[in-house]
Design a binder for this molecule. Structure first.
Ligand SMILES: [Zn+2]
Length: 357
């Protein structure tokens, strides 16, 4: 399942292929599944009507659109989502026209130093599909706006570690699928594979509005910078040490009561859990928590090396522990108070109870 999920195509705004795959898989386990107007896949597993919880993982991936084709058949590109230009040189990509065509991201060989070495920009990158001229490219149904994805199929590395072009965030979708199979809760659980997260958390905004949940948990990747040269205090998370709960990123401050609730369960169940603080980037929780009058939200992340490259890498132990933890959280949700009951106090001689969150 992870292989077909991560190999499927789904650049932001063009998620149809991966959406169909997710929908057909969700239909096996959910009570209801729909694809909404924006393209989000929403699977509902009914509880006992205690409340609504939304679990969101984005199914879109970063990629490119064709911005120009020159007369010699070279294709110029515009990025969709946060692309690190340094990771592009010598990449194999797939250009989507009438069929799928392999392309390579070229650069000027070091033997020809025409330009002094300067900061590489996306405008310098071109894709060569092997065509002789522009006509040959156009005949293949490739035009301005055609999408381009990385060629980076899922591969197994040593131990239980895997790499692919789209761990961000198909690994999150995978966690949702596995959780859906086992989940039992008094809450109605909405499993949402969102669109257009990479361009600004857009699918979560509309699906969050539609569902209007009491609680929201985004499942996404976070940085595992446990690699050479990176100092200990900049590692954020480490592979194999459990999923990570978000204390804070650029989009959300993880709800402190929900975080403690999750951490308590992790402790009781002996599930390793890390704490995630990111000064850059955000997740779907960033829009979910601002839905209507507000939603208690946080993010559960899978530590990932080399995020936003073609070789994103995760440890399956973290993935399994994320599923285990989510299943337990859903099961015990009854004991989580959405509205916090404040102690009785006296105002103007009258005693009153106030509940707020
Ligand atoms: Zn992501």
């Amino acid at each position: 399942m992870l292989k077909s999920l991560s190999n499927a195509v789904g650049v932001s705004g063009y998620e149809d292929e991966v959406a169909e795959l997710i929908k057909s898989e969700m239909e096996k386990y959910a009570d209801e599944v729909e694809i909404d107007k924006m393209g989000n896949v929403i699977g509902l597993k009914r509880g006992k009507g205690k409340g609504k919880i939304m679990l969101a993982a984005h199914m879109d991936e970063i990629g490119f659109v064709v911005s120009h084709i020159d007369k010699n058949g070279f294709i110029f590109i515009s990025p969709v989502g946060g692309i690190n230009v340094k990771t592009l040189i010598s990449r194999r990509v797939i250009v989507h026209g009438n069929e799928r065509y392999y392309g390579i991201m070229g650069s000027v060989p070091p033997h020809i130093k025409e330009k002094e070495e300067k900061e590489l920009s996306i405008e310098d990158i071109f894709v060569d599909i092997g065509a002789k001229d522009r006509e040959e490219v156009l005949k293949k149904g490739i035009k301005v706006g055609s999408i381009i994805t990385y060629d980076g199929d899922l591969k197994k590395l040593s131990g239980r570690r895997y790499t692919s072009k789209t761990m961000d965030d198909r690994i999150g979708v995978f966690v949702l699928m596995e959780t859906l199979k086992k989940a039992k809760s008094s809450y109605d659980i909405y499993f949402v594979a969102t669109v257009q997260e990479e361009v600004g958390l857009r699918g979560a905004k509309t699906s969050g509005y539609k569902i209007s949940p009491d609680i929201g948990i985004a499942v996404d990747v976070t940085l595992a910078n446990d690699i050479p040269e990176v100092k200990e205090h900049k590692r954020i998370t480490e592979l194999g040490k459990g999923p990570a709960i978000t204390i804070m990123d650029r989009s959300v401050i993880g709800n402190k009561r929900l975080n403690s609730f999750i951490e308590k369960i992790a402790q009781e169940e002996n599930i390793p859990l890390q704490r995630n603080i990111l000064s850059r980037g955000g997740t779907d929780a960033g829009t979910i928590h601002l839905t209507k009058e507000g939603v208690i939200s946080t993010t559960l992340s899978i530590p990932t090396r080399f995020v936003h490259s073609t070789v994103e890498c995760v440890d399956m132990n973290d993935v399994e522990n994320a599923v285990k933890l989510l299943v337990k959280v859903l099961e015990k949700l009854d004991s989580f108070a959405v509205y916090q009951e404040k102690k009785t106090y006296s105002t103007y001689g009258r005693s009153r109870k106030q509940s707020y969150e």
